[in-house]
Design a protein around this ligand. Structure first.
Ligand code: ZN
Length: 161
């Protein structure tokens, strides 16, 4: 089922998401719907708040396949950074060049109920950090320089009118 993607400035995008305490059929269905929704929108990652669910759940899609993760945490990051131009399904038509640690380790609960350690670099590292940001209420526009952010706020006001 294709779900409705919440768009900025929907307030759920700014709220920290709650930890998943138990894996039930509801969460498993939700993950399946997130995958379908993400693919339908040509995305490579999606987080709970983006479909209106304030749970720490994310889906990331890379050449290594789709991963469905819960309660992901950044446990290690390199000093080396890389820059990618990131987009977001909740902020259509906005792209922001973001510098992030190039190599990271993320611990997360997988759908089988096991804690997984995921070592990632490059694009996958960016996607994971982007989705973890969503669980904290952080968006790509928060990485814009102050002046551009101010412009975004004006733009938002105009868009609301
Ligand atoms: Zn996003």
């Amino acid at each position: 089922m294709i779900l409705n993607i919440k768009k900025y400035p929907d307030t759920i995008l700014r709220r920290p998401a709650r930890e998943v305490k138990k894996i039930d059929s509801e969460i498993i269905d939700l993950f399946d719907n997130m995958v379908v929704t993400m693919r339908n929108a040509n995305g490579i990652g999606i987080a709970g708040p983006q479909i209106g669910v304030d749970l720490q759940i994310i889906v990331v899609d890379t050449d290594k396949g789709v991963r469905k993760l819960m309660n992901p945490k950044l446990v290690k990051k390199s000093k080396w950074t890389s820059i990618f131009e990131e987009g977001c399904l909740s902020l259509p038509n906005i792209h922001v060049k973001i510098k992030r640690p190039k190599e990271i380790t993320v611990s997360a609960l997988n759908i089988d109920g096991n804690i997984e350690m995921i070592e990632a670099d490059g694009l996958l590292a960016h996607i994971l950090q982007h989705e973890i940001d969503h669980l904290k209420g952080r968006l790509i526009i928060d990485y814009l320089p102050f002046f551009k952010r101010l412009f975004m706020k004006r733009w938002q006001k105009l868009a609301v009118k």
